[in-house]
Design a protein around this ligand. Structure first.
Ligand SMILES: Cc1cc2nc3c(=O)[nH]c(=O)nc-3n(C[C@H](O)[C@H](O)[C@H](O)COP(=O)(O)O)c2cc1C
Length: 235
């Protein structure tokens, strides 16, 4: 009885799904002051790593990040590589992540992603990304930048890649102007990504159970396996 319980417990441990791995990234917008808050929202649910551009460091406070979240900068990309055979940070992070969220997304980083440029750690990860894995972006910029024709052009390119836009909101901006371009609230960014992830997991689960059901309803499959099992039992 006790052994049976231990076996069941072992099985539960082995089959427990791991936490999603979320790569959070910040680029150089004033909204990067909210990046610590964003990391705290995600860290409760997911395994989180953070990547920041050089300009974002003017706005964000490293100490506002949760302790368990490692922050990577362009310096880390170069200091972690010395010789051929050493791991390359942007490739490692791209492999590690299940989801990437760029919040805030600056006009500059938006333009670079749209054009395929990759001159820092953040854009190298995006350039190496496997687009079957989700990417979300939450732009943040002055209304004059947001309304500029380049924005729409660049967002169309991101849309073609399958990147999901979490649109900015209208409010009084840091510069005093009122209008569209402020980053969506961290809590909204978090709930959007989580909802998406959980609905995808449900779809995956349903697809797997559907495959299992059709397999189990398949007579030749059952006969083949029953046959093998009974042979084994009587051998
Ligand atoms: C005080 C200040 C605030 C800025 N705020 C924004 C902003 O909210 N959104 C934006 O797209 N660019 C903003 N910029 C410009 C970017 O920081 C600049 O384009 C930078 O090159 C972005 O670099 P990155 O995309 O590599 O992070 C701001 C610049 C300054 C000096």
């Amino acid at each position: 009885m006790e052994n049976g319980k231990r076996d069941r417990d072992d099985m539960e441990v082995q089959t427990a799904p791991r936490k999603p791995r979320v790569l959070l990234a910040a680029s150089g917008s004033v909204a990067a002051i909210k990046f610590g808050n964003l990391c705290h929202c995600f860290a409760e649910w997911a395994e989180v790593r953070a990547v920041v551009s050089k300009s974002s460091l003017h706005f964000l406070d490293r100490l506002s990040l949760p302790r368990e979240v490692t922050l990577y900068t362009d310096e880390d990309e170069w200091s972690s590589w010395n010789k051929i055979g050493d791991p390359v940070l942007h490739i490692e992070l791209r492999r590690w992540a299940d989801v990437m969220v760029i919040a805030p997304l600056s006009a500059n980083t938006l333009a670079k992603i749209a054009g395929g440029l990759c001159d820092n750690l953040l854009t190298c990860i995006v350039r190496a990304w496997d687009y079957s894995k989700p990417v979300f972006v939450a732009p943040a910029m002055n209304t004059l930048m947001w309304n500029n024709p380049f924005t729409e052009r660049h967002l169309c390119s991101l849309d073609e890649l399958g990147i999901t836009l979490i649109p900015p909101i209208k409010k009084r901006l840091a510069c005093g102007d009122y209008g569209n371009g402020a980053m969506a609230e961290p809590s909204l960014i978090y709930s959007t990504v989580r909802l998406f992830w959980e609905s995808q997991s449900l779809v995956r689960f349903r697809a797997v159970s559907k495959r299992w059901n059709s397999l189990l309803n398949n007579k030749s499959f059952i006969n083949k396996h029953l046959h093998h099992r009974s042979k084994g039992n009587f051998a």
